[in-house]
Write a protein that binds this ligand. Structure first.
Ligand code: ZN
Length: 410
């Protein structure tokens, strides 16, 4: 994607501030690269920023505004080590709310809606972002937070919530619970705004059908404000990204090369307005692609496709990069194949062999399914796999995606 003139100006503005931060993270990191860019090509020479570096600066090493201007912090979860603390200025908090309100507006949500917020409140950025956007727009925020299903359903009924904000798994849980209790007629939800987690089309349909709502995807990450930097529209074709606040690129996760629009790679984001902790070329590790062209909804905000996984989960077979999300994708398209699978990669007689075991429903011919999966996989991913159909329930169940892939080559 071509960098717009205003974007280059904004980024130069950020860099000139970062240059003067005493002992600042970027003042040091970019010392050899300069702080004034003449072109997109200059920008693309800047090194990436990645999570471990931010962690090294724990707790406030990436703060780029004076203490007097910092009004809040958030932090990413510390499941794999120290958390990353992100300081926000008053303007950062305000900008985030503006972007969030724009997300709601893209979903046709108005100040007459009652927004039921189930993501958590606290150090991480979820709940409070949903709330600030709702309040800015003038809608009624119902700050539930997660858990306590009884209370959720009670408030949903009594307050006549019209919008559910949730993770996909919690939305599914609520949908099933509402169905089980037979209270669907007392629920007034019209829309669902679903953030975080990758989720498949099958799950999406179940939630939408059971709740009787239209669903929207919201994108974001704590390091870059939080959820609310991108949102899907009525046409359900990826998520529009607010490119007046964030500049984004898709790179080859191995080489760092910037990829042309339409190609699958890792999303890299640069903040253009952030003051408390600007990030330049931040690697999200989320895999997606830029959708070329203007959306049917008419919005000029560029789009990225639904996130298909994490670059850390990638495997390389016969020189082809494969992501678990692509395997899900292929299997979803073959009728009679369930969503459970296992991949085994071996190296025999000098070549890689990828065996794909998948569960199939009763009443389908094993040979036909195997041949369909092989054809689809070759067409979609470009690799010939050895397909093996097994009965439903034969593959082990695990919550972790990683255990679905067994790489015996090393
Ligand atoms: Zn659109």
């Amino acid at each position: 994607m071509e960098m717009k003139k205003e974007q280059l100006q904004k980024i130069n503005g950020v860099l000139s501030k970062l240059k003067n931060v005493k002992d600042g993270f970027y003042a040091k990191k970019f010392a050899d690269f300069g702080f004034e860019l003449a072109s997109q090509a200059d920008f693309e020479k800047l090194p990436f920023t990645d999570k471990p570096e931010l962690r090294e600066g724990y707790p406030l090493g990436i703060q780029a505004a004076p203490d007097s201007e910092i009004v809040r912090i958030h932090s990413s979860s510390g499941t794999t080590g120290l958390p990353i603390i992100i300081p926000y200025t008053k303007k950062d908090v305000a900008d985030w709310a503006i972007m969030f309100a724009r997300c709601y507006e893209f979903a046709g949500i108005t100040n007459l809606d009652r927004i039921h917020i189930t993501p958590g409140y606290g150090l991480w950025t979820a709940g409070i972002g949903f709330q600030a956007g709702a309040e800015l727009m003038g809608a009624m925020a119902i700050p539930m937070g997660p858990g306590n299903t009884d209370k959720q359903i009670q408030m949903m009924r009594d307050l006549r919530s019209t919008v559910l904000c949730s993770t996909s798994s919690y939305a599914l849980l609520l949908a099933e619970e509402i169905e089980r209790r037979g209270v669907r007629n007392e629920i007034h939800l019209k829309k669902g705004v679903i953030g975080s987690e990758r989720w498949g089309e099958k799950m999406r349909r179940r939630i939408a059908d059971q709740l009787g709502v239209k669903l929207y995807d919201i994108y974001g990450l704590t390091e870059i404000y939080g959820p609310g930097i991108g949102m899907s529209c009525d046409y359900e074709c990826g998520m529009h990204m607010w490119d007046d606040y964030v500049y984004f690129e898709i790179i080859n996760p191995q080489t760092g090369e910037v990829l042309p629009d339409g190609e699958l790679g890792e999303l890299v984001i640069t903040t253009m307005c952030k003051e408390g902790a600007p990030l330049i070329r931040y690697r999200t590790h989320d895999l997606t692609r830029i959708i070329p062209g203007v959306c049917e909804c008419g919005s000029e905000y560029p789009r990225i496709a639904t996130i298909i996984g994490r670059s850390d989960d990638m495997i390389k077979v016969k020189g082809i990069n494969i992501y678990p999300g692509q395997i899900d994708d292929v299997l979803r398209q073959v009728e009679g194949v369930s969503s459970e699978y296992q991949v085994i990669i071996d190296h025999l007689n000098g070549r890689d062999i990828m065996t794909l075991l998948f569960e199939s429903e009763l009443g389908y011919s094993k040979e036909n399914l195997e041949s369909s999966v092989q054809t689809f996989f070759k067409a979609k991913v470009g690799l010939t796999v050895v397909p093996k159909s097994v009965a439903i329930g034969e593959l082990p169940r695990s919550e972790k995606k990683s255990t679905r892939i067994f790489d015996n080559r090393y």
